[in-house]
Design a protein around this ligand. Structure first.
Ligand code: GLV
Length: 310
C-alpha cells in the first residue's frame, strides 16, 4: 500500500524525505504519479488538492491536511464520504503564528508605522509613550493558535480577551462567546486579532458592522483566512480612520491581484500567507503516527470535526 503526497512542487521532496526518515518502509507516490489507484491508502495533501480527485482511490482510508486550516478541503465536493481527515497540530506552526501576531501587535502598539513615516520625512520627533496595560487585545478564535498567541500577549502585560463559539477557560484571558459575546468584546478591543477557522459561520465576521463596534482608531491583525474579512468594508473603515491600520497575512483571492488597493495602502502591512509555514520535519511525526493508527484500526489523532468545520 502507498501514500499519495500532493503539495506545491517546491515542497514535495522535503515532505517525502521527512516521511521516509521516520519510516523508511513507506511507499510514497508524488502526485500526479499515483500509480495504481487501488494501492493508495492515505493522501497527504495541501489545501489546493482537488477533493473530487481523491474519489479515484477505492482503498483510501485517511486524508491528512498539510496545514492547520482545512476550509479548502471541506468546501464542496468535500472529501470522499466516510474518509477521516486529520489536520496538523504542530508546535512549530503554532510558534510561527504567535511570532507573526506579536510582530504585528507590537508594530501597532509601538507606533511603528508613524515612526517609519517620521523617518521618511527625516523628522526627529517623539510620540507619546504607549501603555501596554491600556491596550486591549481581542482575539477571535481560541483554538491552538488563538490560545498560544493569547499566552504570549498576556506574558507581555496586555489585557487579553478571547472570543469563541463556546465558553473556554484560559488563565489571564477574559472569555467571550456567542453572538452577544462577540459584540461585547469588540466594543472594548483596541487591537483585533483573527485566528479563527474559516467556516460558513465565521466567513465575513469582520465586516462594516463589526468593524464599526471597535473603538475608533483600532487595528486589525488577520492571520487566519482572507474570507474572514469583507475587504471593501475594511478599506472603507481604513479610509474613514475607524480602523487605523491592518496587518494581513491572508486575503481573498491569493495571490492578491497586482492592482488591489491593499498593496499600496499606507495603513496596510501585507505578508503573502507566510505568517507560519509548515516545516515537514516538525509536522511529519503526527502524520506517520496517524498512518500507523489507521493501519492498526486504532483511534486517529487531530481529526477534523466535520460538523464544526475545523
Ligand atoms: C496555513 O494557512 C494553514 O492552514 O496551515
Amino acid at each position: 500500500m502507498a501514500v499519495l503526497l500532493s503539495t506545491k512542487a517546491s515542497a514535495m521532496e522535503a515532505w517525502r524525505d521527512a516521511l521516509l526518515a521516520l519510516d523508511p518502509g513507506l511507499e510514497i507516490r508524488l502526485f500526479p504519479d499515483a500509480g495504481d489507484p487501488a494501492e493508495i491508502e492515505a493522501a497527504v495533501v495541501w489545501t489546493s488538492h482537488d477533493m473530487a480527485e481523491l474519489r479515484r482511490y477505492p482503498n483510501l482510508r485517511l486524508i491528512v491536511s498539510m496545514g492547520a486550516g482545512v476550509d479548502h478541503l471541506l468546501r464542496p465536493p468535500g472529501p470522499p464520504p466516510g474518509i477521516p481527515v486529520a489536520r496538523l497540530v504542530d508546535q512549530r506552526l503554532t510558534q510561527g503564528m504567535s511570532e507573526w501576531v506579536l510582530l504585528n501587535v507590537l508594530r501597532f502598539h509601538r507606533q511603528d508605522p508613524e515612526y517609519r513615516a517620521l523617518q521618511a520625512a527625516r523628522r526627529w520627533h517623539e510620540l507619546p509613550a504607549p501603555e501596554t496595560a491600556a491596550r486591549r487585545i481581542g482575539i477571535l478564535g481560541r483554538g491552538e493558535l488563538g490560545a498560544d498567541a493569547a499566552r504570549h500577549l498576556v506574558a507581555l502585560g496586555f489585557p487579553v480577551m478571547g472570543w469563541s463559539r463556546r465558553p473556554k477557560q484560559q488563565e489571564g484571558v477574559e472569555g467571550f462567546h456567542g453572538p452577544e459575546g462577540l459584540d461585547a468584546m469588540l466594543r472594548r478591543t483596541d487591537i483585533l486579532v483573527c485566528l479563527l477557522p474559516l467556516t460558513p459561520d465565521t466567513r465575513s465576521v469582520v465586516n462594516a458592522r463589526t468593524l464599526g463596534l471597535l473603538p475608533r482608531g483600532s487595528f486589525l491583525v488577520n492571520g487566519a483566512r482572507g474570507g474572514h474579512v469583507v475587504q471593501p468594508d475594511l478599506l472603507t473603515a481604513l479610509e474613514s480612520g475607524q480602523i487605523a491600520g491592518a496587518a494581513l497575512d491572508v486575503v481573498e483571492p491569493e495571490p492578491l491581484p497586482p492592482d488591489h488597493p491593499f498593496w499600496s495602502h499606507p495603513a496596510v502591512a501585507l505578508t503573502p500567507h507566510a505568517a507560519s509555514i509548515t516545516i515537514p520535519e516538525s509536522a511529519t511525526p503526527q502524520v506517520v503516527e496517524n498512518l500507523r493508527r489507521a493501519r492498526e484500526g486504532r483511534e486517529l489523532i487531530n481529526l477534523v470535526d466535520f460538523s464544526a468545520g475545523y
